[in-house]
Design a protein around this ligand. Structure first.
Ligand code: NDP
Ligand code: 2IT
Length: 451
């Protein structure tokens, strides 16, 4: 039986690989889902015969466009912009925009595919999409970033709308960029409508959206630990990244008594052996959002050790939160974490663990591992709440949004347990999240007939 499943998976992946040559990140993301869904649908002809999973791997459409802008020195720059509209079976397309030099079609297809399952898990009516450009905002002035965002939106605005597709931020796209993108959209369509989420509070944003992804990842960690009668209080935590997700993850961990040992960026990481304080994390927020400085500066300011060019996974810590980018924990990082006694990994970033690393964690008995689609769904969940508030033309209080966020994360955890239960209290969170995310989208697709 196991051999039969492996053959079916290999055959399915052969087709995906042949149809999407060279798109390795996309293959990886599909494989990570198919490994659980193919056995799940083996005895469910309604999904299998109607090729639901195969249909899910084909984006509804991909829009790709030229973005030409002028830098401060008067030079003409040419970038490529994209929007991958993956699936709108359960609601308007929804997902972030990433500005990073590594952006290409494969990366955005993997992110859009993941987003479909993640958004379904939130229980809110949102389809899946992702967009972005191979634009590097690092070292660019505010006015260069503004011109880039405005030009990017010149094309994107034709393809989005509050009932069609609602973008938000991701790597390289935060509150400043969302402001420029929203302003340009409003100017082009001459309507004030809830077309982007992650907006500032003054023009239709939601309380807690900025914090939601990092907070949500910590709430998921709390859920996983409390399922085993454990808590965050007093535990040592490793975080990679020092962007939106990483910093609010650190803030919430500290509030709950966690000891945050590391923060990082693409140049290296800092190590605070006694744990960072809230004031230090606030200082990093100012550094990153104001001066847009580097993590090395934190080590100088507070006399902390800085490891240039290294990832934080060699430090001994109990709870790990990869919050930077895809494939940032490889097999050997995972082995080191396990050897050093890691208890749980909660994925703030999208697909931060390589397939080898997933296998290492899964083989290590007792290690809890929440996949991105469950662990970082808090961000898009509050985006969904921002859409609701925009439709109502109301703004809920911080306490109200935070409560809803906690409830959504708890529901996601419960669904992971329901579909991923193993022996005793053990849970396969990957399987649970994949099956729970799949079912709702699949059933909606079935209802629409063959299309
Ligand atoms: P930010 O741009 O705010 O921060 C990204 C951080 O990750 C920076 O510290 C950056 O360092 C680091 N980083 C980026 N690329 C690399 C790399 N190749 N190697 C090492 N470090 C890297 O992005 P976010 O915090 O918003 O996003 C982080 C992750 O979380 C991404 O995977 C994103 O898809 C995911 N996510 C984000 C959500 C959101 O609401 N923002 C929601 C759900 C998931 P440097 O400055 O040196 O580039
Ligand atoms: O990966 C993600 O879930 C995000 N970048 C957030 C998407 C959103 O629409 O809020």
């Amino acid at each position: 039986m196991a051999v039969d499943k492996a053959v079916k998976l290999d055959k399915f992946m052969e087709g995906v690989t042949a149809r999407n040559p060279g798109e390795f990140e996309f293959h990886q993301a599909v494989h990570e889902v198919a490994i659980d869904i193919i056995p799940y649908i083996a005895n469910k002809p309604i999904y299998k015969d109607l090729r639901i999973l195969e249909r899910m791997t084909e984006p509804d459409r991909i829009i790709s466009f030229r973005v030409v802008w002028e830098d401060d020195a008067g030079e003409i720059r040419v970038n490529r912009g994209f929007r991958v509209q993956q699936n709108n079976a359960i609601g308007p397309y929804k997902g972030g925009i990433r500005f990073h030099p590594s952006v290409n079609q494969s990366v955005l297809k993997f992110l859009a595919f993941e987003q479909v399952f993640k958004n379904s898990l939130t229980g809110l009516p949102m389809g899946g999409a992702k967009g972005g450009a191979n634009f590097d905002p690092k070292g660019r002035s505010d006015s260069e970033v503004m011109r880039f965002c405005q030009t990017f939106m010149m094309e994107l605005h034709r393809h989005i709308g509050p009932n069609t597709d609602v973008p938000a931020g991701d790597i390289g796209v935060g509150s400043r960029e969302v402001g420029y993108l929203f302003g340009q959209y409003k100017r082009l369509v001459n309507r004030f409508e809830g077309v982007l989420t992650g907006k500032a509070l003054d023009f239709g944003g939601s309380q807690v959206r900025t914090e939601a992804t990092g907070y949500g990842a910590v709430y998921m960690m709390e859920e996983m630990l409390s399922h085993h009668g454990e808590h965050i209080d007093g535990r040592s935590c490793l975080i990679s990244g020092s962007g939106n997700v990483a910093l609010y993850c650190a803030e919430k961990l500290i509030a709950l008594g966690g000891k945050v040992l590391t923060l990082a960026d693409s140049s290296g990481f800092i190590y605070a052996k006694d744990g960072l304080t809230k004031d230090q994390v606030d200082w990093v927020k100012d550094l990153k959002n104001g001066r847009r400085g580097r993590i090395q500066e934190v080590s100088k300011e507070f006399g902390l050790k800085y490891y240039k060019g290294k990832k934080p996974w060699g430090i001994a810590g109990e709870l790990a939160f990869p919050c930077a980018t895809q494939n940032e924990i490889d097999g050997s990082d995972a082995e080191t974490l396990v050897k050093n006694g890691v208890r749980a990994i909660c994925e703030g970033a999208n697909m931060p663990t390589t397939p080898e690393a997933v296998r290492v964690f899964s083989a290590a008995s007792g290690v809890l591992h929440a996949p991105a689609k469950a662990a970082n769904a808090g961000g898009v969940a509050v985006s969904g709440l921002e859409m609701s508030q925009n439709s109502l033309r109301l703004q809920w209080t911080e306490a109200e949004v935070d409560l809803r966020l906690r409830e959504i994360v708890k529901k996601i955890h419960d669904e992971c347990v329901e579909h991923g239960a193993r022996k005793g209290k053990q849970v396969d969170y990957f399987k649970g999240a994949n099956i729970a995310g799949f079912t709702k989208v699949a059933n909606a697709m079935l209802a629409y007939g063959v299309m």
